[in-house]
Design a binder for this molecule. Structure first.
Ligand SMILES: Nc1nc2c(c(CN[C@H]3C=C[C@H](O)[C@@H]3O)cn2[C@@H]2O[C@H](COP(=O)(O)O)[C@@H](O)[C@H]2O)c(=O)[nH]1
Length: 306
């Protein structure tokens, strides 16, 4: 993911509202010297898994909808993962490409057993249709075919997903530069790798190329750990739960600086303790810390990308 790494580094070098505190970063790495926290994928036990192509279909649908839960304070990622799992257990054809193209908002709510409108519901439905349509048009309706065509390369998978599915093209303009963040496309590769334990559909020779997934939880954790520092205006806006517009300098910096900080953390771990860690592993640890901290104040942006 060279374009994600390079463009995030550019943002970090030119940022106005978010900075990376190198002493904060060193302190965190210091605490990890002895043992690097390892978090099991699906430690929550909420995902569908049958070791076959239906799991790939499930994960692709999951990551097509894996964004923006916060506008409903009772909703979170677990509801989505569990809801889709239940739906598939009840009806194995629920995510067939032709069915995906027909869901309506109320049907999606029913599928997830959610009693009211989902945040960005129209967009979620549109994205489901897009996934069904393009899977049918180019991959015989099967996300497993998409994965098979990548020759065990996560980089190729991300490129293919972003080329075929516009909803996954998570990028921004920042100070005249195009910045690539690709959160949901990358997390799809990571979810395959985690679910299949690096085997079969989850075998990627280049899993180390994937960066962290720039969402709204991990930046908040990095800030709490003292790795990210915010300008007072940004800190106040987050504290006050004010919405931060998608594509604003602040929003892009929060996400890009998180990617850069995790890359630095990984570099430092390698230099200081000779430990090779994947950004995916650091991400899962940071994310799990964040979701277990209910008081964590995160930034609020309406976005289909994360
Ligand atoms: N960086 C990063 N962001 C992640 C995840 C995951 C889930 N990964 C699963 C896969 C295997 C594991 O066992 C995890 O369960 C969701 N998110 C993001 O969090 C936000 C939701 O937060 P809340 O509203 O509190 O549920 C939202 O932006 C969502 O897109 C991750 O792993 N890393």
């Amino acid at each position: 993911m060279e374009e994600v790494r390079e463009t995030s580094a550019w943002v970090a070098r030119n940022s106005s509202h978010v900075t990376i505190d190198s002493s904060g970063l060193e302190k965190v790495v210091e605490t990890m010297k002895e043992s690097i926290p390892k978090v099991e994928w699906d430690y929550e036990g909420i995902h569908y898994f049958d070791n076959g192509p239906l799991t790939v279909q499930y994960l692709f649908v999951l990551d097509a909808l894996n964004f923006c839960f916060w506008p409903d304070k009772d909703l979170n990622y677990d509801h989505l993962a569990k809801g889709l799992k239940e739906a598939l257990l009840n009806d194995h054809s629920a995510f067939d490409a032709d069915r995906l193209q027909k869901y309506t908002g109320p049907q999606l709510r029913e599928l997830l057993k959610w009693p009211r409108s989902l945040p960005l519901e129209e967009e979620r439905v549109r994205l489901l249709h897009e996934v069904g349509f393009e899977l049918e048009r180019s991959f015989e309706g099967k996300a497993s075919k998409l994965v098979e065509s990548c020759g065990k390369s996560a980089v190729k998978l991300v490129a293919l997903v972003t080329r075929h599915f516009p909803g996954f093209r998570d990028h921004s303009m920042y100070k005249g530069h195009q910045v690539f963040l690709y959160k949901r496309a990358q997390i799809f590769a990571a979810d395959l790798w985690g679910a299949f334990k690096g085997q079969g559909y989850g075998e990627f020779n280049d899993i180390g190329s994937i960066t962290m997934f720039a969402d709204y939880i991990v930046p908040a954790v990095l800030q709490q750990l003292g790795v990210l520092k915010y300008s007072s205006t940004l800190a106040n806006a987050i504290q006050a739960s004010s919405e931060i517009g998608a594509g604003t300098e602040e929003e892009v910096e929060l996400r890009a600086c998180s990617i850069f900080a995790v890359e630095k953390m990984r570099e430092l771990l390698s230099i200081k303790c000779g430990k090779q860690v994947l950004s995916v592993e650091l991400d899962l640890w940071l994310w799990s810390v964040g979701v277990q901290c209910p008081s964590l104040q995160h930034h609020r942006t309406l976005s289909i990308y994360y």
